[in-house]
Design a protein around this ligand. Structure first.
Ligand code: NAD
Length: 476
């Protein structure tokens, strides 16, 4: 398995680096030291990848579903065998605690196993016609896919771009984040070692806007899938529109957490504080706006602050670390500005609010309370270790606030009232709603959002079907 000392492109199964290619440093966010040097694809490299993807697609789409499933299952087995090593690469380049990193890698194996099963279940249907005629709907792969993944989940984001496409019979060119390249490369290597041809799954790196413009400018690419900010997602959808390519967008969020007064406050805190600071809050479904019914607000706020203060922050490679550094320099800088703005607008800083130390990109687990809705942080994804805890009058006010923003990815609610649970399921504008829990992601469950959080779905049967198009055959 390659590591940070031998970073490369993967084009047509070949590991390419050196030559006239530009390079960029990959940084360890815990120390700000250089881990390795990443080659950028030249335009010739990208053109070769496109030609390969075209050829690879026409062969892969004709393979049996059994063969595609076998390759995904074999890749999953290799991922499980290599999980500790891939996890360590991931922690070094992204920062999260090693236990979280290994968990992320194992999730990729689970996802490929699920998709292996789904590859065999892309059923069509027969339509009723008079005797002597027939009509049937079959599902065919959409074509070569270009996938762009963000740095917050270097393995899962890449696996989500690839898994459904490979299962459906598409070829895929994926660009993991240049800031976290090694985990994605290791994952794709498992697919190639598992039997996926080198022209069916390829990896490129470069200046993101240049790579996406080049790939989206080619008629070979028929689908674009992206995980990242809503701003970049809108830009890519506009580029894709020029050639009417299919798009799947997994974009930002600003998840509300509605805690009603019939909840067990200690249980909510035990679950949601860990969920908030997981991956230092750099999670698109991170619980962010805690909307607490007034009667339980003081106990909830105080319990949250107490737990946030107890979190052990450190290098993700060390045992016992509960929260690592933020993944890049932009993280602490952006967060500090948003916290200052929240204080200016009248929000209270309950704990945290500053960088830790002078090495790497560490930030204190932070709690703000009673933050007004005109503060930047109440409107823009903070993407960091900060919780906003606000008192709310009643269910009407909580649902109104939950739906106020243009985002709609994940939402969370805590109540045992069955009538209220039904109302939340109907009225909360989100792609995923967790009631009395923190988990919104599972291999068999569609993952994605509404409004500015995007469209299309990854994971679940939908993750494969969104890489396919229906074709109707009429016979007389
Ligand atoms: P960004 O929005 O520029 O980049 C996000 C990701 O998109 C990066 O991995 C980047 O390589 C990629 N990207 C950027 N421009 C691209 C382009 N033209 N074509 C293809 N890929 C492109 O900025 P950022 O500083 O990395 O993140 C800013 C904010 O984005 C974060 O604070 C967060 O709010 C949001 N974000 C969301 C997610 C998510 O999972 N929803 C992931 C990462 C970032």
């Amino acid at each position: 398995m390659s590591d940070h000392s031998s970073l490369h492109l993967l084009i047509g199964g070949e590991k390419l680096s050196g030559g006239s290619r530009d390079t960029q440093d990959v940084i360890d966010p815990a120390t700000a030291e250089v881990l390795g040097s990443l080659p950028h694809a030249t335009t010739d490299d990208l053109d070769t990848a496109l030609a390969n993807a075209d050829r690879g697609f026409h062969a892969w789409r004709k393979e049996s579903a059994d063969k595609r499933a076998a390759a995904l299952n074999k890749a999953a087995q290799l991922i499980r065998e290599r999980a500790k090593d891939i996890g360590m690469l991931l922690t070094r380049e992204q920062g999260k605690p090693i236990k979280e990193a290994i968990g992320e890698v194992i999730y990729c194996a689970m996802l490929f196993e699920f998709y292996a099963g789904e590859a065999k279940r892309t059923y069509g249907r027969s339509l009723v016609r008079p005797e002597g005629q027939s009509a049937r709907v079959i599902y065919v792969p959409v074509g070569p896919v270009a996938g762009f993944a963000a740095w917050n989940f270097p393995a899962i984001n890449v696996a989500r771009k690839i898994g459904g496409a490979i299962a459906a019979g598409c070829s895929v060119i994926v660009k993991p984040s240049e800031e976290t390249p090694a985990a994605g490369l290791a994952l794709v290597q498992c697919l190639l070692d598992g039997g996926v041809p080198g022209d069916v799954c390829q990896v490129v790196f470069g200046v993101p806007d240049e790579v996406s413009r080049h790939l989206l400018g080619s008629p070979i690419i028929r689908k674009v899938t992206f995980t990242g900010s809503s701003a970049v997602g809108k830009h890519l959808v506009k580029l894709a529109a020029d050639d009417l390519k299919v798009t799947t967008m997994e974009l930002g969020g600003h998840a509300p957490v509605m805690v009603f007064k019939d909840s067990d406050v200690e249980k909510v805190l035990d679950t949601m504080v860990g969920a908030k600071y997981r991956n230092a809050g750099q999670v698109c479904v991170s619980p962010t706006r805690f909307l607490i019914e007034e009667d339980i607000f003081p106990a909830f706020r105080d319990g949250f602050v107490e737990r946030a203060k107890a979190i052990k922050v450190g290098n993700g490679t060390e045992d016992g670390t509960q929260m690592g550094p933020m993944a890049n320099e932009r993280g602490p800088q952006g967060l500090a500005k948003k916290i200052a703005d929240a204080k200016d607008k009248g929000g209270k800083l309950e704990t945290g609010g500053d960088r830790i130390g002078n090495q790497g990109f560490f930030f204190e687990p932070t709690v703000l309370s009673e933050v007004p809705t005109n503060a930047e942080i109440m409107n823009e994804e903070p993407f960091g270790p900060v919780a906003i805890v606000n008192p709310m009058a009643n269910a009407d006010a909580m649902i109104e606030e939950a739906n106020r923003l243009p985002y709609g990815l994940a939402a969370y609610a805590w109540t045992n009232d069955p009538k209220l649970r039904g109302r939340l399921a109907a009225d909360v504008e989100a792609g995923m709603l967790a009631i009395n829990g923190a988990n919104v992601s599972a291999p068999d469950a569609p993952f994605g959002g509404v409004k500015w959080s995007g469209f299309g779905r990854e994971d679940g049967a939908e993750g494969v079907m969104h890489c396919m198009v229906p074709k109707t055959i009429h016979e007389s």
